[in-house]
Write a protein that binds this ligand. Structure first.
Ligand SMILES: C[S@@+](CC[C@H](N)C(=O)[O-])C[C@H]1O[C@@H](n2cnc3c(N)ncnc32)[C@H](O)[C@@H]1O
Length: 449
């Protein structure tokens, strides 16, 4: 049987056994010959079931005698797929969700438990029809939000401390959406209007994004990215709106020397080269060779020649001391601002991994700041929404280095919507409808300690 639900099941089973969601999806899709519509269904069922894992487990715990984690792994995966469709996929008729899930059980070694699967799903339908709020949620507001929107309690706490309860709930809802796709047009090869027209002629609608001169947001679901017009000609690259803000905040100028210290796969490196009209030098440093190969492919496709690759740990590159007009440190982070794109990230990160990342970020900042000439600029950015990786890193750095100052964007700049009183920029996705990001521009003065 190679139907889309069986493919989704194979991928979800692999995720429940420890695989990364995108890797499991690619592997399962490669073995199947599915139409674009079916591929989209598999992707939606898999990503949705992984995101909503905590809620789905809670429902099983409430409806079955055995807790979800006591169920055989593969049966748990099958139940997740069925419940996900019933709870979150209004377009799929309940009868289709139940019947296909029972079939999955039959075809995957649970023929003797089809009655249990059928009974549990039908009980869910009955209870949900009687009262959509039938889940017996705990009183504790953190746990309550965590179960209802499927996040670990520690993430809810981190956001709650910054936003309060109502806003945190909005952010959780935003992070459970299917992500949108933004393009960044390469102005050296095409204009935004040309790309918009080419996409339209292929039946794909796109709209510009305010304040971002190179951005287009695709409207609706699209098939393979590589098949969209202009891809092979290097007219555009996929990059979220908030990631595009980072390049503009750095504001690189033609002829300058720029070091992008954590560059791969090159979304921002290529933006920097475009903004410099491909004149000058962009050093693209990263410690991961496989990701740097991707950077090279991107630079070649976009026909950019000013980029030079440097493999290694950016905490140990003394040859770059005092050479750069500008440095970008787009630091490795916990990715709490892009949880909608990486379905399993909320289950992989932990408070401990955040502490380790925070230390690495502080070390990277201490070293890469030495690359900047006096008078030059460093932009520190992350796609996370955790203060230990953002505010704390910058506050500590500025307090310990009196020759560095935060340089807030001008009040009349397009960044004013994101600028905080401290001078750094924070993009909250539920307010700005783009990935969560933190970014700050620092300037090196000639006043030393
Ligand atoms: C957030 S990603 C960079 C994304 C990239 N700037 C872009 O826009 O496409 C962080 C990168 O930091 C790299 N990295 C992690 N630790 C590093 C280190 N000590 N030195 C250099 N690169 C490092 C990772 O390999 C990863 O590619």
């Amino acid at each position: 049987m190679t139907n889309s639900r069986q493919i989704a099941f194979i991928a979800l089973r692999d995720v429940h056994k420890g695989a990364y969601t995108d890797v499991a999806l690619d592997r399962a899709l490669q073995k199947a010959n599915l139409s674009d519509i079916d591929r989209r269904l598999v992707t939606e069922l898999l990503y949705g079931s992984v995101r909503r894992q905590r809620t789905l487990d809670f429902i099983i715990d409430q409806l079955a005698k055995k807790k979800s984690h006591q169920q055989p792994t593969e049966l748990r995966s099958i139940l997740h797929l069925g419940l996900y469709q019933l709870r979150y996929q209004e377009r799929i008729p309940a009868s289709a969700a139940v019947n296909t899930t029972v079939e999955l059980a039959k075809d995957n070694g649970f023929a003797g438990l089809t009655g249990f699967v059928n009974g549990l799903l039908r009980q869910y339908i009955r209870l949900a029809e009687a009262s959509p709020d039938f889940l017996e949620l705990p009183e504790n507001p953190v746990e309550r939000l965590g179960i209802l929107h499927s996040f670990p309690d520690w993430i809810i706490k981190v956001w709650w401390e910054q936003l309060g309860l109502t806003e945190t709930e909005k952010l959780c809802e935003w992070m459970n959406q299917t992500p949108t796709l933004d393009l960044r047009v390469n102005p050296l090869l095409a204009s935004v209007a040309e790309v918009e027209t080419a996409l339209k002629s292929a039946g794909v609608l796109a709209r510009p994004i305010p304040h971002l001169p190179q951005a287009l947001r695709l409207i609706g679901n699209n098939g393979s990215i590589q098949k969209l017009p202009g891809f092979s000609q290097g007219w555009w690259i996929v990059q979220d709106a908030s990631a595009q803000l980072v390049g503009h905040l750095l504001d690189p100028q033609p002829g300058e020397v720029i070091i992008d210290a954590c560059a791969a796969p090159g979304g921002k490196t290529t933006h920097i080269a475009e903004l410099m009209k491909d004149e000058g030098k962009v050093w693209a440093g990263d410690r991961t060779a496989s990701r740097l190969r991707k950077l090279k492919e991107n630079a070649q496709r976009l026909n950019l020649h000013s980029i030079e690759i440097c493999i290694g740990d950016s905490r140990n590159l003394p040859q770059f001391y005092d050479v750069a007009d500008r440095v970008l440190l787009d630091a490795p982070c916990s990715g709490l601002g892009t949880l909608h794109r990486h379905a399993d990230a909320r289950w992989r990160q932990t408070p401990e991994s955040v502490q380790e990342l925070s230390m690495l970020q502080k070390e990277l900042l201490a070293h890469t700041s030495k690359f900047v000439k006096v008078g030059g600029v460093l932009v520190y950015a992350t796609c996370t929404l955790h203060p230990a990786e953002n505010e704390e890193v910058i506050t500590e750095f500025v307090a310990g280095n009196s020759d560095w100052q935060i340089e807030p964007p001008r009040p009349d700049s397009p960044y004013s919507a994101y600028t905080t009183p401290q001078g750094w920029l924070k993009v909250w996705p539920h307010n700005q409808d783009m990935d969560g990001f933190f970014m700050v521009r620092l300037r090196k003065t000639n006043v030393s300690e």
